[in-house]
Design a binder for this molecule. Structure first.
Ligand SMILES: Cc1ncc(C[n+]2csc(CCOP(=O)(O)OP(=O)(O)O)c2C)c(N)n1
Ligand code: SF4
Length: 479
């Protein structure tokens, strides 16, 4: 057998085998001649050369490169269309020692994700963006992208892009280099060996700057898409050189460390913001974990009740989340919120099956009661359930909160009556914490007093009506 020496081998940053279809374990899903494969190779080599493989988190987009995670043996996150810079921001901020790459096509970055990229660049996020500009939407069959050139045909500009109808092609590198924060922006092209070497240098530099923790870097890569352009790989590369480079000139648009003035803005801990002393803040969590949905119509204090619960959770040293949901008509439209109170970190703020449902009106009761977790609790804002209503899996407690609030002289405190009932029923947190939160928000003494009475009335109602049974001697708030 002839002796041979392997000169080019797959970068160790790529997986040995791609866990794809059984017959496709050694090859990528990209079309022959596609620039994505070349760009992947250059990025993998740079990661290897800089010794970053263990530290890299690769954020892949929606588009032909959606499957980048099949190839890069690094950390991988695949995100929704256009959102890669936002996801990369979150990842980098929570893991500042990692190298975070946002890899995006031109539909992804320059169309649906325009806002994300501009704001990430403007904030100077310490991420490396590799922007593959092939002047079309590849994955979906060749629609016009913001980068489609004047006169270029696409499935949605079959007679060629016209400036007076579809606008001019977007020059992303130039646009972003008008911002102050970016550290490095270069446009390169995968048109021939010489330019690919230039692209290699730019990609390496962008990652070196990430290693140095320098700031936002973006490399725009003019990239062939032979399939959509209906060209063979050689013609496609030629087309990059002859058509794309004149439209998108290659250049280093930014290569400097910006002056970032240090504006003094005090940083506060959660304890300071809530006015707690540090001992309280470092104490173990006190409340019981609980998932809650509060639902009703806008104006009933549904969202506010959720905020109060979440702030109470913070004061009792729990992990908390609050997620509001309401339609365009905030007041009197339907509204609900999800609240998680937990001793553990919260994976998702969505509460699909709440342990407690606070239903401030009949529509919410009928809509959400079936989703309450088995053994859960439903607090309903009436003295009895509506006709033909049943909820087998959960206990339904009727608390006429609005009526009680009216008797106290303010219909607005019905949500606080419910809060009192909820605390009495679940004992998930203390009423003292509830009052502390209310006191921090309500400054007028007479309103504070109504709120205090409402909280107390809700608790008493449950204690008397639910725990002891219906009271024959009305205490004013029992029914
Ligand atoms: C929110 C959303 N809108 C639209 C789509 C459909 N979609 C999938 S890929 C794509 C275009 C991707 O084009 P580009 O970013 O240029 O990447 P390429 O495929 O050319 O690499 C679109 C519009 C989607 N998946 N999600
Ligand atoms: S359609 Fe274009 S961008 Fe997508 S894989 Fe094929 S050549 Fe690459």
């Amino acid at each position: 057998m002839a002796e041979f020496e392997v000169l080019h081998e797959k970068s160790p940053v790529f997986y040995d085998r791609y866990e794809r279809k059984s017959e496709l374990q050694q090859q990528t899903h990209y079309c022959p001649g596609c620039g994505h494969g070349v760009a992947h190779k250059l990025i993998a080599e740079a990661i290897e050369e800089l010794g970053l493989q263990d530290k890299t988190i690769f954020v892949s987009p929606v588009g032909c490169s959606v499957f980048a995670y099949y190839y890069f043996n690094t950390g991988n996150v695949q995100v929704a269309h256009g959102r890669a810079p936002a996801a990369a921001t979150g990842i980098k901020r929570s893991c500042p020692d990692k190298i975070v790459i946002s890899y995006q096509g031109d539909g992804d970055l320059a169309a649906i994700g325009t806002a994300e990229i501009i704001h990430a660049a403007n904030r100077g996020e310490k991420i490396a963006v590799f922007f593959i500009n092939n002047a079309v939407y590849g994955m979906t069959g060749g629609q016009m992208a913001p980068t489609t050139m004047l006169g270029q045909t696409s499935t949605t500009s079959p007679w060629g892009r016209r400036a007076n109808n579809e606008g001019f092609p977007l020059h992303v590198a130039e646009l972003l280099s008008s911002l102050q924060a970016p550290v490095y922006i270069e446009r390169v092209a995968l048109s021939d060996g010489k330019h690919i070497m230039q692209a290699r240098k730019a990609i390496r530099k962008a990652l070196q700057l990430q290693k140095d923790n320098a700031g936002f870097t973006l490399v725009e890569i003019l990239s062939p898409c032979p399939t959509i352009w209906k060209k063979d790989p050689v013609e496609a590369r030629k087309w990059v050189a002859e058509q794309m480079i004149p439209t998108f000139p290659l250049n280093v648009f930014r290569d400097r460390q910006p002056e970032i003035p240090q504006v003094y803005a005090p940083q506060h801990t959660v304890a300071e913001v809530l006015g707690l002393n540090e001992d309280d803040a470092t104490a173990k969590h006190q409340g019981k974990s609980c998932s809650i949905k509060v639902a009703g119509f806008g104006g009933q204090g549904v969202l506010l009740l959720g905020i109060v619960l979440a702030e109470m959770g913070m004061r009792e040293n729990m992990e908390v989340s609050w997620l509001p949901s309401y339609g365009p008509e905030m007041r009197s439209g339907s509204a609900h919120c999800h609240v998680c109170l937990s001793a553990e970190r919260i994976g998702s703020p969505l509460v699909a099956h709440p342990e407690v449902l606070v239903a401030m009106n009949e529509i919410s009761l009928r809509k959400f009661a079936p989703s309450v977790a088995p053994g859960g609790l439903v607090l309903y804002n009436r003295d009895s359930p509506p006709e033909n209503f049943s909820c087998e899996q959960a206990r339904v407690v009727c608390v006429p909160a609005s009526e009680i609030a009216d008797k106290l002289g303010s219909s607005k405190v019905a949500n606080v009556v419910m809060l009192g009932a909820l605390l009495e029923e679940t004992e998930c947190m203390s009423p003292e914490t509830a009052m502390a939160v209310i006191e921090s928000e309500v400054k007028k003494p007479h309103l504070l007093e109504v709120n205090r009475q409402a909280l107390e009335a809700g608790r008493k109602f449950v204690e008397a009506e639910v725990r002891v049974g219906p009271v024959s001697q009305p205490d004013g708030f029992a029914y």
